[in-house]
Design a protein around this ligand. Structure first.
Ligand code: GDP
Ligand code: MG
Length: 453
């Protein structure tokens, strides 16, 4: 495979920049563009060692650098790799990259280093996907999930099941291929218990998928309520800036204002909507329609009520319309005298929090309530979980094939039918780990990576 090179640090100015070169010619390319101080030769360097020296292009000095050498297979990609750390300027790093390209390397595509690591068996496909998850993790829980995946937890779980299925398959194959010969009887009970074991183990990998997805991708959240209850104030308070216009004039917010905000361990993809009420104003009316659409497409509704006055007809319209949604009732304006009858709200909502958006009070209660609603807290859910749609689909299909095999056994069908279904499940697991997969899927996975990774 060609030797590839890229700047692996962000396309921005920083303390240092790293130019990574990987492939059969990596050391030779480094030799041509880098000279260690003190007369040492790059070609003589051992793996896991570094040298201080000068990067140059055609004899022209570029910058002082540290060169680190990795020898195949003990590198990220599994190939010979040279990494040059230079001063973190955009121009200087590009210049060194250009020198590498002139001297035998070709430009690495997005994710190509990790793709090579995968192709060279350094990591399976779920671990390769985890590399991106680690990079994009925004919080503790998300990082924990990504690291668990990267350490191979999903891979190992899938592999264990896959090995059990393979054993079954070889037993079944012997039976179906030579039914007349004296092969020890395959006991349907033992096949059944093996299949049930596999089904349980695989199902465990997807039970927490939705919770994991919420930790990773955030929750689409609509803030609704009648005019002037403090929706925009809450929105601003959560987003930490004056994004949405706040006035005491009812009907101020007409468009949907959106912002992603971080609330403890979860990200809320917040939409502030127009206050819900009957209105003659055409523009405001459109805003109200859009508000309802936003509610429909959201996964969480923060229903805001004004605690300083009793519930009104518009409040009840909202309460009735959101009863099929995951909701938190947010009683706002606790800095004023409480005039709202909480008993009534308790009939409709399990999660009720009291806040003063204006005084920035009670927000941590809101966070706790949302976590409870989505059952997200660090101890309760398994971090060994399918991390994306691709992984989830492979596991779901494998589970479904195993379930069909179990049914086939229970209904006393021929063992060849069971054999076919078990084989099908095995194929899905190979697809999950990337052991048997089309180039198109591999390309698709790595296209989501950044250049230099
Ligand atoms: P929206 O129409 O629901 O978006 O409400 P706004 O956020 O625009 O606020 C309407 C009025 O209520 C403004 O005058 C705010 O200053 C006031 N307000 C919002 N939150 C609070 C609060 O927690 N306490 C008090 N006392 N007033 C608030
Ligand atoms: Mg508003």
């Amino acid at each position: 495979m060609a030797t590839i090179a890229a700047v692996s640090t962000p396309n921005a100015v920083g303390g240092i920049a790293v130019i990574r070169i990987s492939g059969d010619e990596a050391i030779a390319v480094a030799e041509k563009i880098f000279t260690p101080f003190g007369g040492k030769k790059v070609a003589d360097m051992d793996g896991y060692t570094c040298a201080y020296g000068i990067a140059h292009d055609n004899g022209q000095r570029i910058d002082d650098c540290i060169l680190t050498i990795f020898k195949a297979p003990h590198s990220y990609t599994g190939e010979d790799t040279a990494e040059l750390s230079c001063h973190g300027g955009l121009f200087v790093s590009k210049k060194i990259l250009r020198a590498a390209l002139k001297n035998g390397a070709t430009t690495a595509e997005a994710g190509e280093f990790t793709k090579r690591a995968f192709l060279n068996g350094k990591l399976d496909l779920t671990q390769a996907e985890a590399v991106m998850d680690v990079i994009s993790a925004k919080g503790e829980l998300e990082l924990k999930m990504a690291e668990t995946l990267r350490e191979g937890a999903v891979f190992k779980a899938a592999k264990k099941c896959s090995e059990r299925l393979l054993k079954l398959l070889s037993g079944l194959a012997a039976w179906t291929d030579y039914p007349d010969e004296d092969i020890p009887e395959v006991e349907p009970e033992s096949i059944l218990s093996e299949l049930e074991y596999v089904r349980n183990d695989l199902s465990a990998l997807i039970v927490d998928y939705d919770r994991g997805r919420i930790v990773r991708d955030g929750v689409a959240t609509a803030i609704v309520g009648r005019p002037n209850v403090g929706k925009s104030t809450l929105f601003n308070c959560l987003s930490g800036c004056e994004r949405s216009i706040v006035t005491n004039i009812a009907g101020t917010t007409r468009d949907v204002v959106e912002e992603s905000v971080r609330l403890g361990d979860i990200t809320l993809r917040l939409s502030d909507t127009a206050g819900i009420r009957d209105t003659e104003d055409i523009i405001e009316g459109i805003g109200v329609d859009i508000a309802w659409k936003t509610v429909e497409s959201s996964e969480l509704v923060l229903a805001v009520f004004d605690g300083s006055c009793p519930l009104k007809a518009d409040d009840f319209e909202i309460i009735n319309k959101i009863n099929n949604k995951k909701c938190v009732a947010v009683v706002n304006k606790t800095d004023e005298e409480m005039m709202l009858d909480i008993k009534i709200l308790k009939e409709y909502f399990i999660q009720i929090v009291y806040i003063s958006a204006k005084e920035n009070q009670g927000i941590s209660n809101l966070e706790d309530s949302i976590k409870q609603l989505f059952e997200i807290n660090s101890d309760s859910f398994s971090s060994v979980t399918a991390a994306n749609e691709r992984q989830k689909l492979c596991i779901e299909k494998a589970v479904s094939s195993v379930s069909s095999a179990i049914d086939a056994l229970c209904y006393g069908e021929m063992l060849d039918a069971v054999n076919v279904l078990v084989d099908e499940a095995e194929q899905y697991l190979l697809e999950l780990t990337g052991e048997r997969i089309t180039d198109a899927v591999v390309d698709e996975v790595f296209s989501r990576f950044c250049v230099g990774k």
